[in-house]
Design a protein around this ligand. Sequence first.
Ligand SMILES: [Zn+2]
Length: 255
Amino acid sequence: MELKLYLTFVIFVFGLIFGSFFNVVGWRLPAGLSLVKPGSFCPKCKHRLKWYELIPLVSYVIQGGKCRKCKQKIPKFYFIVELMTGVLYALAFWIFGLSFEFVLAILTISFFVIVVVSDSNYLIIPDEVTFFFSVVIIFVRFIMNGPKDALIYLLFGIGAFFLMYVLMLFGNFIFKKESLGGGDIKLMFFVGCAVGPWMSLFTIFLSSFIALPLSLILYFNNKDSVIPYGPFLLIACLVIIMFKLDINFILGLGI
Ligand SMILES: [Zn+2]
């Protein structure tokens, strides 16, 4: 028990570090900027951050959420993204231990965090990111469960992609405007590779279910607001993985 607690904490710290990197990926990749150069800087005064200003969570708390140089407030968004990654990584380890499911969960969490940053700031899900995580997930399936499993789930990914594509055509026809972004459709390829055909369908259902109340609130506050759908698809996919939901769960719902 004590060892598990200790390891969970280690994974939490790794999550914080990765979360801080995902912030960089989500902000820079859609803007066409390099991920490594220049090093991190204050978005307000461009002051280059020293190593001790880059410690996830800790630096933010010590500096009271402000830049050391210009004393401007650092958006809480960075802090929340780091913390969220750490907590979700730790949770995945606590539930699954070191296992295939843990790797699957970690990949989905990482993809989710980057999509939250890029989609909510630019309404873009960079293709490179979707491609990267899809390839890695197929590769992990290949290593853990052999070529047959990898090939089957690759086909599930392609199936989920086309399902979403058909839904988009259908939505465009009904609403007479663009209903789904290209990024969301490509994202479904990853979902198919991660959870298979039935749970891909359920991901679409569950994500709409989660997104709907939030969309309504935002819509009544500001009728022009655009809500990115990508994060909801991935949070639904993550719920399915973390709670180990499968076809029996859907059948049990009686829908
Ligand atoms: Zn500054």
